[in-house]
Design a protein around this ligand. Structure first.
Ligand code: GRF
Length: 202
């Protein structure tokens, strides 16, 4: 299945997805890596990996978010994308893109949703005193970080944790979870995924 990645920054989750796609039996191939930030390190990484990349800077669109998303949508269609993975895409989506890609757009979020939607999840988890934290892959709907959960991975919060330490522990799990959740999402009709389903579906 042709899958496009949308990112804004570092691109470590994109890297994990790209590496997963190198396995011959993985059900996705990356058809486009697109960023709203022309300077995103993740875009550079994808270019070096030999993948088609595109930057569509949001700034020239000023406040017309829908026009920016229409340009993104046109590129996704042109690339033949059948699903989209948000991988550190840091712009809120409007109903235009979430409707066009309803049921076909995934996101990874660094908390165990529905706890801690939005930003600064690791600081907020520490402040709340939770003992278990983690990450979630979910379908994208209009409400931010609100769509149906496809998979989660948990990590302990340890004594002496800082937000950075916790973020690094969660990020390692993000890199394992996202490819597995994407595989499960694309293969969901396949009976061979039953065992994984128990681990992934919340
Ligand atoms: C990750 O923590 C992801 O969960 C969140 O944004 C961060 C992106 O990191 N949505 P990277 O660009 O994938 O390294």
């Amino acid at each position: 299945t042709p899958v496009a990645l949308l990112l804004s920054g570092r691109g470590s989750n994109a890297t994990a997805l790209i590496e997963a796609c190198n396995a011959p039996d993985f059900p996705a191939r990356i058809c486009l890596v697109l960023s709203n930030n022309p300077d995103a390190p993740g875009l550079d990484m994808a270019r070096k990996a030999g993948l088609p990349t595109k930057a569509i800077d949001h700034r020239p669109f000023k406040k017309d978010r829908t026009a920016h998303e229409q340009a993104i949508h046109a590129s996704l269609l042109e690339a033949g994308a059948e699903a989209v993975c948000l991988a550190g895409y840091m712009r809120l989506l409007t109903p235009f893109l979430t409707t066009e890609w309803a049921g076909k757009m995934l996101n990874i979020h660094p908390s165990l949703l529905p706890s801690f939607p939005g930003l600064h999840t690791h600081e907020r988890a520490l402040d709340a005193g939770v003992r278990i934290h983690g990450c979630t892959v979910h379908l994208v709907t209009e409400g931010m970080d609100e769509g149906p959960i496809l998979g989660q991975a948990a990590v302990p919060v340890l004594p002496g944790d800082t937000a950075d330490l916790l973020a690094a522990r969660v990020l390692r799990e993000e890199h394992r979870l996202y490819p597995r959740a994407l595989r499960h999402f694309l293969d969901k009709a396949a009976p061979s995924c039953q065992a994984e389903t128990a681990l992934l579906v919340a």
